[in-house]
Design a binder for this molecule. Structure first.
Ligand code: TXA
Ligand code: MG
Length: 373
């Protein structure tokens, strides 16, 4: 299949490009489009066949349900039944925006979308191109992130091209996405609202509005001496090809540990890639042109860190390093989402900076520990 690339960046070209993409969706085709979080891979949500094509293109397990996108809350809620007060409150506060609501599914939603569940996830994205496409198509659009299953979500049309060229009908280029991590998924189908996935809407914003809320996010950090890479753990997501290791601890320790590991790699002839903060890059005297170093952002600007996280994972992975060493960030606001995604990318490989320093660890000794699992 030839994948068309259309641009919506130039306003003069956007309308025609959106028309073409809406027509492709109407024919049951697949269109990758920008949202404020990450690029989505859209299909007509009313067509079981079109929805099945999403799973095939991504290599996605068929038991993982899709989020349905609509241009406004009225259109979104028409796909659910028993939409309660909390759903309306959240929609009013945060739609359009990086929030997906799981509600009891209405009769119009095919089982292919919900992967057999009796609920459906709904979202109104906050991106002018996404909204224009949804209005033009005039129907619900099922859209997972537009990456190959298991790869980091795409935050640019280039990322989508790298993963899905030849497998989908079109990519609508709207530039780099703003938020950079996927929507927060909140299940409202039970007695107490439950966060199923941390995302672009911080937990704090939800707590402020809902009061009591459960968080069911299933990533645990492995104890640092446990063997790592145990197979079958279900949390290999967002993961590059190279192993990822997170260095945690207080900032001074982390910078010392990073400096020690960096000196070691020069001697060992092992090439590591680095995903680090602006502050660490400065303290370590990193050359910003070094292709093995990706600066995520300032430790005090977690939004910019989230914005650059997936691009950083992809860029560092492209250089096929022995390991990608990632600095940990504060777990507040979007920092919680960053920590969640890093932990999944690292499959739980976390090393405490203090341990690195006290044991005089090197990249080689860390890698040995990973592979001994
Ligand atoms: O920001 C986003 O949410 C992006 C953009 C494109 O909108 N989409 C996205 O979709 O990240 P995807 O398919 O990569 O992730 C959807 C998540 C999965 O974790 C899935 O299991 C969950 O939402 N989900 C979807 N429907 C669900 C349902 N009915 N019940 C529980 N979880 C559901
Ligand atoms: Mg995804």
């Amino acid at each position: 299949m030839r994948t068309r690339r259309l641009t919506a960046i130039d306003p003069a070209a956007a309308e025609a490009a959106i028309d073409v993409c809406a027509a492709i969706l109407g024919r049951g085709g697949l269109v990758a489009f920008p949202t404020e979080t990450v690029y989505g891979l859209g299909a007509n949500a009313r067509s079981p066949k079109a929805v099945q094509a999403i799973f095939a293109a991504k290599g996605r397990p068929s038991d993982n349900p899709l989020i349905v996108h609509a241009p406004d809350a009225v259109a979104a809620f028409s796909l659910a039944v028993g939409v309660g007060e909390q759903a309306h409150t959240l929609a009013e506060a945060f739609w359009p925006g990086p929030l997906s609501l799981v509600l009891p599914k209405g009769p119009d939603v095919p089982d292919e979308v919900s992967a057999g569940l009796d609920t459906v996830a709904l979202r109104v994205p906050n991106h002018p191109v996404a909204l224009a496409l949804l209005k033009r198509f005039d129907g619900p659009v099922a859209a997972p992130s537009a990456n190959l299953s298991g790869r980091p979500s795409p935050t640019s049309a280039e990322h989508v091209w790298d993963d899905l060229a030849g497998r989908i009908d079109a990519i609508l280029d709207g530039g780099v996405t703003g938020v950079g991590v996927e929507s927060t998924v909140v299940d409202l189908s039970g007695p107490v609202p439950c966060v199923l996935r941390l995302g672009g809407l911080p937990l704090e914003s939800l707590e402020g509005l809902l009061g009591s809320i459960d968080v069911a996010v299933s990533v645990r950090e492995k104890a640092s001496d446990e063997p790592v890479r145990s197979p079958g753990l279900k949390y290999r997501h967002y993961a590059p090809q190279s192993p990822v290791c997170i260095i945690t601890g207080d900032r001074d320790d982390v910078v010392r540990a990073l400096a020690q590991l960096r000196r070691g790699t020069a001697k060992e002839g092992r090439r590591a890639a680095w995903l680090i903060s602006e502050e660490s890059a400065r303290t370590l005297g990193c050359d910003t042109a070094d292709p093995n170093i990706y600066v995520l952002g300032s430790v005090s600007d977690l939004e910019s860190v989230a914005h650059r996280l997936y691009a950083g994972l992809r860029a560092m992975d492209e250089t096929s390093p022995a390991v990608i060493l990632a600095e940990s960030f504060a777990e507040a606001g979007l920092g919680r989402t960053v920590a969640d995604r890093l932990l999944r990318a690292a499959e739980g490989n976390v090393v405490r900076a203090r341990d690195v320093i006290e044991k005089g660890a090197s990249v080689n000794s860390l890698l040995e520990r990973f592979s001994s699992g």
